[in-house]
Design a binder for this molecule. Structure first.
Ligand code: LLP
Length: 386
């Protein structure tokens, strides 16, 4: 079994559980994003919802990526991290007035608007400030992402975006509003998408939708196709950097841009997932009647993805080179769903062993909770533990 390199001796002295971020891997991943996106002058916003750890954000800011936000808190975090407001987009079906005002005060690049009433409220609030808000319409393209149903967003049954049948109505409305300027259209079909034909389907739909705007003589400066590129959770050591080349190629080959248009992306998981691990310690190995349980000091309070989406995270015992044995790896929380994996083969395990739950850099630390009055996990980086 190939294991990743970790500063194990440093880990011994740190209170577990904690998140560990390999910033060198993050930098290499972002370098690849930039190389591949630059081939077509694509604009990349980092989806803040995946991870807002300050060290991670600093690397992202230094690389010059923009930010995709879904709350006032995220807009503020992006601004605080030093990301230029001219690179910030703000989506979300339920933007509160204070969140819209905060974004207006910071002069962000664009609101991704998800409904007619929201468009009217943004117009009203911008008007009160004597400002013009740049908006993109988030259109629900009714394209399947072939991913877990909790993270599918682009079907007409989902709550996100404006239905295609309403586009003309929204265009009519936006032409009457004086404090919003329609500058683009926005899409996001789901997350952890590994089947590139889903993105191809999105491109075809975007091309069709562009015709509606063309027919109305409306010039859109940009198209935003959201995020969603999946990563390889089974083999993080072999596929540590996602295949951005193939991903961007799909859009280059299938999405027809007008000469003046720019294509924007909102990538979260594919940028940060593989650089993060949840590091935990084995509290007990409990031998049951039919199986053995490895009981960790981390649970779904630190990493909720397995409990919430039946997600798989590769687990490595960093302390052991013993032959493989079969275990259920579980957390300490008082719920049966606090199980990371069942019937899992890993190196023979003992109390005190250090365990890495891999590919946890996206939607890991940020989704942690204090259930059972547990403490939120701390995080350390490869730069700090060098
Ligand atoms: N843009 C919008 C409008 C989104 O809703 C999302 C993710 C993204 C971009 C970024 O998608 P990504 O590139 O990360 O796939 N907690 C779930 C994932 C929820 C994703 C929500 N939206 C998980 O742990 O799998």
């Amino acid at each position: 079994m190939i294991k990743a390199n970790y500063p194990l001796s440093k880990f011994q002295d740190i209170q577990t559980p904690f998140y560990y971020y390999d910033l060198d891997l993050l930098r290499s991943t972002i370098a690849e994003v930039k190389t591949q996106s630059a081939k077509s002058d694509f604009v990349v916003h980092y989806a803040m919802k995946a991870n807002v750890n300050t060290s991670v954000l600093e690397v992202i800011k230094n690389a010059g990526l923009g930010a995709d936000c879904v709350s006032g808190g995220e807009v503020q975090a992006a601004v605080d991290a030093g990301i230029a407001p001219s690179k910030i987009v703000f989506a979300g079906v339920g933007k509160a007035d204070w969140e819209i005002n905060l974004a207006l005060d910071n002069d962000i690049f664009c609101f991704n608007v998800e409904s007619i009433p929201e468009l009217e409220v943004i117009d009203e609030l911008a008007g009160k400030k004597g400002k013009t808000a740049q908006v993109a319409l988030r259109i629900n393209p009714n394209v399947s992402a072939h991913t877990h149903h909790y993270i599918t967003t682009g079907l007409s049954e989902n709550k996100f975006g404006i239905n295609m049948s309403e586009i003309n109505k929204v265009i009519d409305l936006s032409l009457t509003l004086t404090s919003v300027k329609l500058i683009g259209i926005h899409f996001h079909i789901g997350s952890q998408i590994t089947d590139m034909t889903s993105f191809q389907g999105l491109c075809v739909r975007v091309n069709e939708i562009q015709e509606t705007f063309d027919a109305r003589g409306i010039v859109l400066d940009h198209i935003n196709v959201g995020g969603g590129l999946g990563i390889n959770y089974e083999h993080p050591n072999h596929f540590s950097i996602p295949d951005f080349e193939s991903y961007f190629k799909v859009f280059r080959e299938h999405l027809i841009l007008k000469p003046h248009q720019k294509l924007h992306f909102e990538i979260g998981r594919a940028i940060v997932a593989q650089c993060g691990s949840l590091i935990s310690k084995v509290l007990y190995v409990k031998v049951g009647t039919s199986k053995s349980f490895v009981i960790l000091d981390a649970g779904f309070t630190e990493l909720i993805r397995p409990a919430l989406y039946q997600a798989y995270h590769r687990i490595e015992n960093l302390s052991s080179a013993l032959p493989d044995e079969e275990y259920d790896v579980v957390g300490p929380i008082c719920e049966s769903s606090d199980t990371f994996v069942k019937n899992y083969m890993m190196n023979g395990t003992h109390r005190g062993d250090i365990i890495a739950l891999r590919s946890a850099g996206a939607y890991g630390e940020i989704m942690a909770s204090q259930y059972n009055l547990r403490k939120l996990p701390k995080a350390y980086t490869s730069d700090e533990l060098k």
